[in-house]
Design a protein. Sequence first.
Length: 139
Amino acid sequence: MDEPTTVNRPSKILHNSLCKQLIELGIQAHTATVLTCLHYHGASTSRDLQTKCHLRQPDVSIAINELREMNLIVHSAINQSNRGRPAHMYRLRHTLEQSLMPFIQIAQVRAKDILCGIDTVKNIVHSISNEQGSESMVA
């Protein structure tokens, strides 16, 4: 992301770190990038997001659609007189912390499912081991 004039370098590092962690939690990279960019830079057009996030279309549109479906962004049309057609301005609907809650909840459910899967694997392995132990005692 480009460095804004209103946010200092340590803040940019934290946002980049957050984006990386969100991706590791399973959020699509372009969605995590757009979300953190909207927080970091504020309201932005699709073209702004392409530039600031170093993304191309359709990745920005896919991310915007995902965030819109989750009701995390607000968009409005702005008049761009030099182009003759309106552009769309996007911004986060909530604070960053509130915007991240749906992603955190999804990751928590996924983590719970993984832990349950590990327990199931252990139980199956234990059953197989017991079954093989019983067969060797009979032989």
